[in-house]
Write a protein of this length. Sequence first.
Length: 157
Amino acid sequence: MKRHLISLLACGLGLPGSALADSSVIGLTRDGTNRGSGIVAEYHWTGALAEGDRFTAGWATSVLADNNHNGFVGFGVSAEYQISGQNFIEASFMPGYYKEGDVDLGGHMHFRSTLGIGTNITDSAALSFAFSHISNGGLNDRNPGMDMVMLRLTRRY
């Protein structure tokens, strides 16, 4: 699974922007509660929903896999607000499918919310640190949720 995800991500980051999305994200994740580490890959259609001088919002999709054999695939909205010329705040919300591995979060329908802060390191690349939470939102009786921190690299097209 991880080998396929890494291959897909390598191909995706090498394609021109018009073939995929306005930005691609790759990141490392760490879940302190369950001691899991993983990788996340995302595609963002920046400005598809709203665009201003310092704010953009658009559609986004995400794939997550960790060493506890858990996985998440989601689709939702993402937003970015430029604090200054170089720094920004990012947020996203994605309903999706949770594949249970070693960590039972109660069912398969889950929601991922993410909030991060980052800096543009070039015109086409950014580095960010984000906090993410995955939960079934109370759809099932069992809902322990999963909290992660992420170090993310974004490539803008």
